[in-house]
Ligand binder design. Structure first.
Ligand code: ZN
Length: 92
């Protein structure tokens, strides 16, 4: 009964300090906010919003705009609407 359970050394599991979380700064097309995002995420947002990058706050606002509008509007239209609203807000 000498079944030595030699557990593999767990120490190798420690992730090196240099993880592969390379992030880029994305600039919101609406309010100019800069967010740190992974390139994958940036790409996903750009695809959804006709090549523009918008911050999470703005994305929510666009969703809201679509819901609030009685008729069906496209994401692009909602984006333009909200961007106009945002610009008025920022440029004061
Ligand atoms: Zn924004």
């Amino acid at each position: 009964m000498t079944e030595a359970v030699s557990a593999p050394t767990q120490e190798n599991q420690a992730t090196p300090a240099k993880a592969q979380t390379n992030v880029e700064f994305a600039n919101c097309d609406c309010c100019g906010l800069t967010e740190e995002c992974t390139p994958t995420y940036i790409d996903k947002v750009r695809q959804r919003y006709q090549g523009k990058w918008i911050c999470g706050l703005f994305a929510e606002a666009i969703k809201d705009e679509i819901i609030r509008t009685e008729r069906l509007i496209s994401t692009e239209e909602a984006m333009v609407r909200h961007m106009n609203f945002c610009r008025k807000f920022v440029s004061s």
